[in-house]
Design a protein around this ligand. Structure first.
Ligand code: GLP
Length: 244
């Protein structure tokens, strides 16, 4: 779906999430959201905060699982996805802290594998993700599933591509400060979500959006796996859709 205004597009995506939260409330079941970081979802989070403050949308029944986190990374670091999520969403709504799940960037190396297995188990214990919000990196990554990621991949420690680190370098004030690794949900973890919405804005995403939608499914562009999902929507603005 292509919009000329990414603010309107973001409000429509937020409205879909809000409707799902309310439906699950009526059913008295948890609403399990997979959440993304980066600049693309910021307006969606701002709109969800507005719906909470002005229209009484409650997050009491919401359980969240974030896609990824840099490794190593402390929670207090302003570059952490932990910090990002609290800054843009969690600090402003009534979500229960115990319902917030974000990969932990501050684990000892020996504990990472167990953490990743437990993260998958916890998602499964809720019956999987009801909704997964995604951005896309210029390597074609979803979460931090970089080129070469297998369809069956699960939550794990990965090595970041040079392009991904270079795209992050300005916010880290230099490439040398960007972590070399990250913990990310796997492709399969994402693909098992019941509903997926991917957001892409701006001309610098146009080329990877075209490859993702028009090229053959291939691990060299992990986002192409989304072509196989039965309920995935790409929400784009004119610039991001300009090469289609
Ligand atoms: C990071 C995140 C991805 C995100 C991507 C795009 O690499 N790990 O989940 O989709 O950046 O970020 P942006 O939305 O800022 O373009």
């Amino acid at each position: 779906v292509v919009f000329d205004d990414s603010n309107i597009a973001s409000a429509i995506v937020a409205a879909e999430i809000a409707a799902l939260i309310r439906k699950k409330q009526e059913e008295n079941t948890p609403c399990v959201l997979g959440l993304a970081t980066g600049s693309s979802p910021i307006k969606v989070y701002e709109e969800l905060v507005r719906l909470h403050k002005e229209e009484g949308l409650s997050f009491e029944n919401v359980v969240t699982f974030n896609l990824d986190e840099y490794y190593p990374m402390t929670k207090q670091n302003v570059q952490s996805y932990h910090y990002f999520m609290h800054e843009y969403l969690f600090n402003h709504v009534d979500i229960k802290p115990e319902n917030v799940n974000i990969p932990q960037g501050d684990l000892d190396a020996d504990d990472v594998l167990d953490f990743c297995v437990a993260y998958e188990e916890k998602i499964k214990s809720y019956g999987g993700l009801d909704f997964q919000l995604l951005g896309i990196g210029r390597t074609g990554h979803i979460g931090f599933n970089e080129p070469g990621s297998h369809y069956n991949s699960r939550t794990r420690l990965i090595t970041l591509d040079h392009l991904t680190r270079s795209d992050a370098s300005s916010s880290f004030l230099g490439l040398e400060n960007v972590p070399k690794k990250a913990i990310t949900m796997g492709v399969r973890t994402v693909m098992e979500a019941k509903r997926i919405v991917l957001l892409a804005w701006g001309q610098n995403k146009a080329d990877i959006v075209k490859q993702t939608i028009e090229d053959e499914i291939d691990s060299s562009v992990p986002a192409t796996y989304l072509q196989q999902h039965h309920n995935a929507t790409f929400v784009l603005n004119d610039e991001a859709a300009s090469e289609l």
